[in-house]
Design a protein around this ligand. Structure first.
Ligand code: HSE
Length: 305
């Protein structure tokens, strides 16, 4: 049995428009790296990033704590966390750490858990940062590619994205409020119109078909959400302008990345992705907001180094 494991886990985008809490896509943009090592006693977190050091309040720490409890592991553990995924911007930062922690724990103790069980444990980590358990980002970060999350009972369906799918992400330079995900879930409607549900469902179904058929145009044209996006867009300065600019510059689809404030444009290999990024930057500039743009492909998910 090894005494330490190093794992890296990618950023991800959740929802993809109509798939609130259901769709996730791993993004080859940023990675968190985690080293899990056996020690004498307790669970200790070491990091130079400004993240909670108390295991219960840290998405990776909570996963390790829950797994140690479940599998009656008596050994102490040191968790070294190196954050690469920007935290609080809708890029699946807590999910990357949680997924990496679940995979590292599984490998360190030779548990050979199946993917669903690993996603289940990783989902617990979301509670530390988002306040509630949801599996869209953790499933994507863990398994890579495009994922569909079904709950009660939990079931994850993974589909390999088309090779020509390209994503342009714009991360606005904003001060992120504490408990951002809780805040951005708090603005969502408790009830929705049946006709709105029908429209979102039709787009979600078309998006799934787009991934199954490896049809990037169909995926892009299905990124339409008339329920969650309208409720959250006021939290992103210049959102309407950024969206209009991205679509005018040739983006196939556009929406908020996860709970925001990052936004994501869907494109293909033949799109002018630099033009789309410049258009998004100009949109944010019109709202006196700077942003960082990144062009990326889907990621293969969590890997043991
Ligand atoms: N599906 C989640 C949301 C992702 O949009 O609130 C954020 O963690």
């Amino acid at each position: 049995m090894v005494s330490k494991v190093i794992v890296k886990s990618p950023s991800s985008t959740a929802n993809l428009g109509p798939g609130f809490d259901v769709f996730g896509l791993a993004l080859d943009a940023y990675y968190d790296k985690i080293q899990l090592e056996k020690s004498n006693n307790g669970i200790k977190i070491q990091t130079s990033d400004s993240i909670p050091l108390v295991p219960e309040k840290n998405s990776a720490g909570l996963v390790v704590k829950e797994m140690a409890k479940k599998f009656k592991i008596k050994s102490g553990l040191v968790l070294k966390i190196n954050k690469g995924v920007p935290a609080g911007f809708g890029m699946g930062s807590s999910a990357a750490s949680a997924a990496a922690a679940a995979v590292a724990f599984d490998a360190l103790f030779d548990l050979n858990l199946d993917a669903k069980t690993l996603v289940e444990f990783a989902g617990m980590g979301e509670k530390a940062s988002a306040g509630s358990i949801h599996y869209d980002n953790v499933a994507a970060a863990l398994l890579g590619g495009f994922v569909i999350v079904r709950t009660n009972p939990l079931n994850i369906i993974r589909i390999e994205p088309p090779k020509d799918l390209v994503l342009c992400v714009a991360i606005p330079k904003l001060v992120i409020p504490p408990k951002k995900t809780q805040v951005s879930r708090g603005v969502l409607p408790k009830q929705i119109k049946l006709s709105d549900h029908v429209r979102n469902l039709s787009n979600a179904a078309a998006m799934t078909a787009g991934f199954m058929k490896q049809d990037t145009l169909m995926i892009g044209s299905s990124v339409r959400d008339i329920i969650v996006e309208p409720a959250r867009q006021h939290m992103i300065p210049g959102f309407i302008q950024v969206k209009e600019n991205a679509l005018r510059a040739g983006a196939l689809g556009f929406t908020i990345s996860g709970a925001g404030p990052s936004v994501i444009a869907f494109a293909s290999k033949t799109s002018n992705v630099k033009k789309i990024c410049t258009a998004m930057e100009a949109g944010f500039k019109s709202a006196k907001t700077k942003c960082q743009t990144v062009i990326c492909k889907p990621s293969k998910g969590t890997i043991i180094l």
